[in-house]
Write a protein that binds this ligand. Sequence first.
Ligand SMILES: NC(=O)c1ccc[n+]([C@@H]2O[C@H](COP(=O)([O-])OP(=O)(O)OC[C@H]3O[C@@H](n4cnc5c(N)ncnc54)[C@H](OP(=O)(O)O)[C@@H]3O)[C@@H](O)[C@H]2O)c1
Length: 223
Amino acid sequence: MKSVVVTGANRGIGLELVKQLLDSGYRVYATYRSEKGGLEDITNQNLSLHKMDVRDSAGIEELSNSIEGKIDLLVNNAGVADGRWQSISEIDMQHALEVIEINSIAPVLITQKLLNQMSDDSTIVMMSSLMGSISDCMSGRSYAYRASKTALNMFSIAMKNELQQSGISILILHPGWVATDMGGPNATVSPEQSVSGMIERIDEHNLSMSGRYVQYDGTPIEW
Ligand SMILES: NC(=O)c1ccc[n+]([C@@H]2O[C@H](COP(=O)([O-])OP(=O)(O)OC[C@H]3O[C@@H](n4cnc5c(N)ncnc54)[C@H](OP(=O)(O)O)[C@@H]3O)[C@@H](O)[C@H]2O)c1
């Protein structure tokens, strides 16, 4: 049975990933920061829950110790929006640093701590965003969120080059504009639709595709 770690799994895209990956036959290690949320309603012997802030090294090490055998798939999903600042003068630097720590640094920290449990054919999914695309940035705003996802993309590509020899691949995904707490009610894609598309991308993925940056439906995204 394949094993997967999903961060930020108590609501939104993470929760839907847990449901669909369980249905696909994975052993799922799901992490949540404080509230178990929708994870409490799932009864499945292949699901383990772990309380963990993605910035906390000790918590990640506890998770690592609880995982038996190989990690086939790591989904770095947890993320936060910023203040959607419209102007440079409005940027709250402390908040900006927090967004960058959660969205860019934490996925690297988690990868670092779990890497020795991954090997040939393991895949690391980085939940990026279209908003990390420099060529798509026509409007400005959301300064820290955009920058955090662009930084995540570059961390991912640099990692891809190093991990190629170990047979570990990287998949950088944009889930679409998804109706979650972050995406809001006007979003055009349901969590079910986004996640089933992303699982198709994961299933078709292989080492020769490592480092691709695609939307949930497979549409490539310009850097
Ligand atoms: N929704 C969209 O339209 C959209 C578009 C592009 C990209 N994305 C990306 O997709 C991912 C999931 O987004 P979503 O829409 O599902 O967002 P969401 O509904 O706001 O859920 C965010 C998840 O991340 C967790 N999280 C945040 N900070 C954390 C921390 N420090 N430690 C542990 N967990 C933390 C949250 O936990 P708590 O419940 O404890 O806060 C929650 O489980 C994010 O990386 C986001 O940037 C979303």
